[in-house]
Ligand binder design. Structure first.
Ligand SMILES: Cc1cc2nc3c(=O)[nH]c(=O)nc-3n(C[C@H](O)[C@H](O)[C@H](O)COP(=O)(O)OP(=O)(O)OC[C@H]3O[C@@H](n4cnc5c(N)ncnc54)[C@H](O)[C@@H]3O)c2cc1C
Length: 239
């Protein structure tokens, strides 16, 4: 998986701070203080003035579908209708489960690789059967492509929506491949705008309370530090 930041709004901290000042933020606050306050207090509409464009490659079709669920973003994906996918590359999901027992891993890996090889063969065979009509050949053959097939993505998203994406997809409940993608996206944006993103992690960490409630798994690193939303409400007498 490769994530490259292709383009980002320059001077974003000034842009956001000046926009916030237009709306009446006190003059004595520095631009960094304004931006941190906007993120912390979720006065986030001013963050929409900053946009990022990423080039994302080597992710699976499975994860690209999850990426597409983030509607407040612009998506361009490699087309399997117009590109020939003979000999396609694929993501090996076992890479995301290093804890699996070695014996189990070996047999699952064998089965998985065989499935990929079979799909490649079927794709190639169907394509060759329709070779005199290449457009139809691609249209038909693509239906045998597995969810693991590599795809390529150009993704634009504003800073507010990106915070929402990171909060959801850095959570330990997110799919491991998606979490890996979210981590790479976060590293890229923390480098450019630490004022905005350095305190953005999963929802529990970022909000100071975890909305996953009883769904929060045992491997959550903040389990003993961040309370659940229901727990806080119960303590406050909201139930
Ligand atoms: C751990 C995990 C498990 C998931 N499991 C499933 C699953 O089982 N099945 C499934 O289908 N999806 C699942 N999802 C996807 C999830 O439901 C969201 O579709 C996805 O995370 C996009 O989030 P979003 O809607 O906040 O983002 P965006 O679509 O980018 O929206 C951003 C924000 O804009 C607002 N918004 C956007 N569109 C509307 C609208 N039409 N009406 C009102 N407000 C709107 C909301 O406030 C939203 O939070 C899962 C996500 C995670 C992180």
């Amino acid at each position: 998986m490769e994530v490259r930041l292709l383009r980002v709004t320059e001077g974003g901290v000034d842009l956001v701070a000046n926009s916030a000042r237009v709306s009446g933020v006190p003059e004595n606050l520095s631009r960094e203080e304004i931006v941190r306050m906007i993120v912390e207090n979720d006065y986030s509409s001013a963050l929409e003035h900053i946009t990022f464009t990423f080039d994302i490659s080597g992710i699976s079709v499975a994860i690209s579908r999850e990426l597409l669920e983030h509607r407040i973003a612009s998506h361009t994906a490699r087309s399997t209708r117009y590109n020939m996918e003979k000999g396609f590359d694929f993501v090996n999901p076992l890479d995301f489960f290093p804890e699996l027992d070695e014996n189990v891993r070996e047999s699952v890996q064998k089965e998985f690789l065989k499935a990929m090889e079979d799909a490649r063969k079927h794709y190639a065979r169907i394509y060759e059967m329709l070779e005199d009509r290449p457009a139809v050949a691609k249209e038909v053959a693509r239906y045998v492509l597995p969810m693991a097939t590599h795809t390529h993505y150009i993704w634009s998203i504003n800073a507010r929506s990106l915070i929402n994406f990171l909060m959801l997809r850095l959570c330990v409940r997110a799919a491991p491949e998606m979490r890996e993608l979210a981590k790479k996206v976060r590293s890229a944006v923390v480098e450019v705008y630490p004022e905005i993103f350095s305190n953005v992690k999963c929802r529990g960490f970022t909000l100071g309370v975890c909305p996953e409630n009883e769904a929060r798994p045992k491997n959550c690193p903040y389990r003993n530090v961040i309370k659940t939303k229901k727990g806080v409400k119960r303590e406050a007498g909201c139930y």
